[in-house]
Design a protein around this ligand. Structure first.
Ligand SMILES: Nc1ncnc2c1ncn2[C@@H]1O[C@H](COP(=O)(O)OP(=O)(O)OP(=O)(O)O)[C@@H](O)[C@H]1O
Length: 227
């Protein structure tokens, strides 16, 4: 499969089909046993700096405050954090709605707030590619929807290629330009849809007839495969 620059692609598929594996291969965290992954025409042969990753759980350092968690990738990479990195971190925290929480510990934040810290951390080096593995699945339904729209705002302000793994058909349809569907194991792509919805997306988008029709099309494909 190919993803264009700055495209927002969602990947749907049954549990265990290899969605997270696809994401880890793309980030260079693991190497393929066969086949290859290329980013900007170059084979991926190790972890990359131009990729931000957001996992299902934010995996924050419990002893470090919010700002220190966001600048952690730069500390890890270079051993020191410059004032401009802290300024970028604070700016990102403002963007994800966490202004005033910079010096708090992760344990003082809600699950949704912790996930926002994880998103700010993934954006610190302004990566061209953002890989997201079920980033909102541990959140309550309302926060999840809100975070999806926040992500679209960030993506529109700072275009990036996004690969977004989810189990939610409506989330995939509402956020993405394209939805790729994988089969059960051994996973392969069985469908590739352009999302027939205009941008910008909003709460209103989720009530549109096209949204319901598209979600129904995805659902019947996934159910047929599971039957
Ligand atoms: N193409 C593949 N080749 C080798 N192993 C694979 C492949 N796809 C998946 N696996 C293995 O299958 C297991 C599940 O894969 P993975 O976690 O990527 O699935 P998933 O679709 O993300 O599942 P879930 O939706 O439950 O999170 C892992 O142990 C992974 O190593």
């Amino acid at each position: 499969m190919k993803v264009s620059r700055h495209e927002f692609v969602a990947v749907l598929g049954p549990s265990g089909c290899g969605k997270s594996t696809l994401l880890r291969l793309t980030s260079g965290l693991i190497a393929p046993t066969s086949g290859s992954v290329r980013v900007f025409g170059k084979e991926v042969d190790g972890p990359r700096d131009d990729v931000g990753i957001v996992f299902q759980k934010p995996t924050l350092l419990p002893w470090a405050n919010v700002e220190d968690n966001v600048v952690f990738p730069i500390r890890h990479k270079t051993g020191r954090v410059r004032p401009e990195h802290r300024e970028t971190a604070r700016e990102l925290l403002r963007k994800v709605g966490l202004e005033g929480f910079e010096k708090r510990l992760p344990s003082e934040l809600s699950g949704g707030m912790q996930q926002r810290v994880g998103i700010a951390r993934a954006m610190l080096l302004n990566p061209d590619i953002l890989l997201m593995d079920e980033p909102f699945s541990a959140l309550d339904a309302l926060t999840r929807e809100e975070m999806g729209f926040e992500l679209l705002d960030i993506w529109q302000a700072q275009p990036k290629t996004v690969m977004f793994i989810t189990h939610s058909i409506s989330e995939a349809a509402l956020l993405a330009d394209r939805v790729l569907v994988m089969s059960e194991r051994p996973g392969h792509f069985i469908a590739d849809f352009e999302v027939p919805l205009p941008r910008p997306r909003s709460v209103e988008t989720s009530t549109r007839k096209e949204m319901h029709e598209f979600a129904a099309q995805l659902r019947s494909l996934l159910l047929k495969r599971a039957a």
